[in-house]
Design a protein around this ligand. Structure first.
Ligand code: B12
Ligand code: SF4
Length: 455
């Protein structure tokens, strides 16, 4: 008996690199495959021959095959590339479904290039999309419902992944966020954690990753928006992490700096760094916490000091281009950054992503300078700033970004590590070939090898 021909599913994360610096950044970040695509692969029955293609740089005509279902995830900066790929796959005779943050905000735009668009989270609707594809009745728009227990249906698949790939992917312990920053473009407000035993299961799986010469536990990256969103859950999680003797990193809101119990538990559980989105040096600009203690720039410094007292590094993220900023405020920002004691600083330029309140407001005020989505990657000024020119905004951005390097421990430690430790450690001891192969190959290769068979 001849085996049944497998249905073909291609899942694509389009490349959004616009400048060399973007490529470099992806390289340093290890270029993780989006959670969204692995979630879709996990939700797809084994009758499908599923391939994941991550940020492929060069596409050849032979890549555009007919007869497949092509699912493309789409952040704003990758939208142009996503649409071009979608057009080519449709021309070749495949059916294309687009999903993700950007197309959930602008489904009509996406529909010009796709057979279908999924608005929102895929878990509740992907089965129906596949069924409609098989029966040749794909609908134009699928509106999904967010599930409370969104992770259980895919947990088993994640658990069986190659532990190295899972480690690079990180763990999303929850979805949604309780704050409402006007520039934020995430697709769900509803804060839902995954089950504690699932977090622990994934950590144990990552810890099974073996290096050739040493058996070393890799660091755990929690990639959720804010690990301290729900303080009760966070503290319970930290307690569970203590016996696992792990080292972990996460995004976090600054109010953890005033919760001594959480800080002690975080330290005991192996927290090594927290990325805090300050956005502005003035707490009143973005109310991300209801804490009375956080009213002035000095309060930020107190919070940073308290976190550091627990041997946890604080990385701060700040936005250039806020409406309330004048030249004086940029001086103040620079001064604050120099004295802040932050381990590393990320500077981005205010970007109105479709779907955010900021996008609607600036569009109404006719202050959006370009709708070239390629430029929506946080490095370009795509809006008309309020109190200064675009040129001055770039000047401040680069001036602060370059000058602050002189004051960042991260820069010195990284340089030291890079030249001395990395050379010996990564290249020679930890199987140089594997590491180079993996990173070079990440730009444009088939990731199916990472995922074990579902048989
Ligand atoms: C982890 C993370 C990263 C990781 C991994 C990125 C990735 N591609 O997954 C790293 C650090 C690499 C990263 C980089 C960047 N990020 Co980021 N990141 C996040 C974060 C915190 C979580 C994303 C995530 O994995 N969520 C979990 C998954 C399961 O959810 P999801 O992606 O939304 O997918 C669901 C649905 O959207 C839908 N879906 C998604 N795709 C598809 C496709 C199909 C076919 C279907 C049917 C459904 C579907 O189903 C999925 C399951 O429910 C979000 C904030 C947030 N809360 O969303 C920001 C976020 C996505 N990042 C953002 C940005 C701007 C960036 C960068 C451009 C920053 C930069 N300058 O480098 C780059 C772009 C990298 C890239 N092109 O992939 C913005 C995107 C805004 C926008 N509209 O584009 C967000 C929303 C942050 C924000 N608050 O505004 N990021
Ligand atoms: S705290 Fe982060 S995830 Fe939450 S609304 Fe603000 S930017 Fe978005």
């Amino acid at each position: 008996m001849t085996p049944a021909v497998k249905k073909k599913l291609l899942l694509i994360n389009p490349c959004d690199a616009y400048l060399f610096i973007n490529l470099l950044e992806r390289w340093v970040a290890g270029n993780p495959v989006p959670y969204a695509l692995i979630t879709l692969a996990a939700l797809t029955p084994k009758e499908y021959d599923t391939k994941i293609i991550n940020q492929k740089l060069f596409w050849l005509p032979k890549d555009f095959t007919p007869g497949a279902l092509v699912g493309i995830t789409c952040l704003t900066s990758a939208a142009c590339e996503a649409y071009q790929l979608a057009d080519k796959f449709r021309k070749a005779g495949s059916r294309v479904v687009l999903g993700g943050t950007h197309v959930s905000a602008l489904p009509e735009e996406a529909l010009e290039h796709a057979d279908s668009v999924v608005i929102g989270e895929a878990e509740s609707i992907w089965g129906q999309v596949l069924d409609d594809f098989e029966h040749n009745r794909l609908q134009k728009i699928y509106k999904s419902e967010a599930l409370k227990d969104f992770f259980t249906p895919v947990y088993d698949y994640f658990l069986r992944m190659d532990p190295r790939a899972l480690g690079r992917l990180g763990i999303h312990i929850d979805r949604g966020c309780k704050y409402h920053c006007d520039f934020c473009a995430r697709i769900s407000d509803w804060l839902r954690p995954i089950k504690m035993e699932q977090v622990l299961g994934l950590i144990k799986r990552i810890h099974t990753a073996k290096h050739i010469f040493f058996i070393l536990k890799p660091d755990i990256m929690f990639r959720c928006d804010n690990i301290y969103s729900n303080p009760t859950y966070a503290k319970a999680l930290f307690k569970e992490l203590v016996p696992l003797k792990t080292r972990w990193h996460a995004n976090c809101s600054i109010n953890i700096g005033f919760d001594e119990e959480a800080l002690q538990l975080a330290q005991a559980s192996g927290c090594k760094s927290l990325l805090v989105g300050f956005e502005s040096q003035y707490p009143k600009d973005f109310r991300k916490t209801s804490l009375e203690q956080l009213r002035t720039t000095e309060d930020y410094k107190i919070a940073i000091k308290r976190i550091k007292a627990h041997k946890i590094r604080v990385v701060g993220s700040f936005i250039i281009g806020l409406d309330q900023y004048t030249h004086l405020d940029y001086f103040r920002l620079l001064w604050f950054l120099i004295r802040s004691g932050l381990f590393h600083i990320l500077l981005t330029i205010l970007t109105p992503f479709p779907g955010s309140q900021l996008f609607d407001r600036l569009k109404k005020e006719s202050r959006i300078l370009t709708f070239n989505w390629r430029r929506y990657n946080l490095y370009f000024c795509v809006i008309k700033p309020k109190n200064l020119s675009v040129f001055c905004l770039y000047a401040w951005y680069w001036f602060i970004r370059l000058l602050i390097c002189l004051f960042l421990p991260f820069v010195y430690i990284t340089a030291f590590k890079f030249f001395i430790l990395l050379t010996i450690w990564e290249f020679f001891l930890q199987s140089a070939l594997y590491s180079i192969f993996q990173r070079v190959w990440d730009f444009g290769h088939d990731f199916s090898l990472y995922f074990i068979s579902k048989d």
